[in-house]
Design a protein around this ligand. Structure first.
Ligand code: ADP
Length: 268
């Protein structure tokens, strides 16, 4: 692992022989129901190191559920999630709580509603995970947090509380909090959809920079223009399945599937 908090870490326990081609994550045949409703029917997904994968699709198609399943926030009934450097988790064989929590060694989530702790300062929010969960020394976690806050222009807000910040600033803290965990994979769940339009640009700019620096990420987004610029791979989901996936130049510009065409047509 690199010690520089600004740089994406390499996948744990894995020698990188071909940067850019190493697989960080394999998902196979993921299935998840809520009560009688099957939300994920059979999801396959591959994420390689340094890739940006955008999950798009109509509301209710299961995108957020995929993301939350990767982070142990939802527990699928069947399917496999395999992060490089760890054993594959087979959901059909009732994984232990320890295995599920182990997923969080690999990824960190940026939430639509920011999910900052309201009664803690910006700095306390950022160092919480590194100190409490990862047991890193407070001084080291604080130094990293300040470097990360500096880079998103929020070092001067370190002692502020979330309610004192704009939505865009809160979301940049949300991103810093995820980065502070040094995850191999960043998960973004519609990171700009609860922001006022004039605040969206700053947050997208931070994500764009992270992508160009080589962070690996899976991004649920409705911002198709943005997805077409930053994503290496676009995955179009509908009704709990992956309907079509490929580079933006194919999926967004020349979709093959009628459902993809209809979805894009409605948004244009
Ligand atoms: P998307 O992100 O594509 O909008 P979601 O993954 O959020 O889709 O949701 C897929 C479906 O699962 C929706 O119909 C939603 O109402 C349902 N759903 C999501 N979470 C829950 C839950 N905790 N309990 C019941 N239904 C849920």
């Amino acid at each position: 692992r690199t010690d520089d908090p600004l740089q994406p870490p390499t996948p744990a326990g894995r020698a990188i022989t071909e940067p850019g081609d190493a697989t960080v994550l394999e998902v196979r045949a993921l299935q998840k129901s809520f009560g009688p409703t099957q939300v994920l029917r059979s999801i396959d997904l591959t994420v390689r190191r340094g890739q940006v994968v955008a999950l798009i699709g109509p509301s209710g198609s299961g995108k957020t559920t995929v993301l939350r399943s990767l982070n142990g926030l939802e527990v699928p009934e069947a399917g496999i999630v395999h992060f490089a450097g760890s054993d594959a988790i087979d959901f059909a064989s009732s994984p232990s709580r320890r295995e599920l929590l182990g997923l969080r060694d690999h990824s960190a989530m940026v939430f639509q509603q920011f999910n900052l702790f309201p009664h803690r300062t910006v700095l306390q929010n950022v160092i919480e995970g590194p100190v409490q969960v990862q047991k890193r020394p407070v001084a080291e976690a604080t130094a990293d947090a300040l470097a990360l806050l500096e880079r998103v222009g929020l070092a001067d807000k370190r002692h502020a509380y979330p309610f004192e910040l704009s939505g865009g600033q809160q979301q940049r803290v949300g991103i810093v909090r995820a980065l502070a965990l040094k995850p191999e994979l960043l998960l973004f769940d519609e990171p700009t959809s609860s922001l006022d339009p004039e605040l969206v640009g700053d947050v997208l700019e931070v994500i764009r920079e992270l992508a160009s620096e080589g962070w690996t990420m899976v991004l649920v987004t409705h911002e198709l223009q943005f997805a077409s610029h930053v994503a290496d791979n676009v995955v179009f989901m509908d009704g709990g399945v992956v309907v079509e996936s490929g580079p933006p130049s194919e999926v967004l510009v020349n979709p093959k599937n009628d459902r993809t065409k209809q979805f894009l047509h409605r948004l244009l």
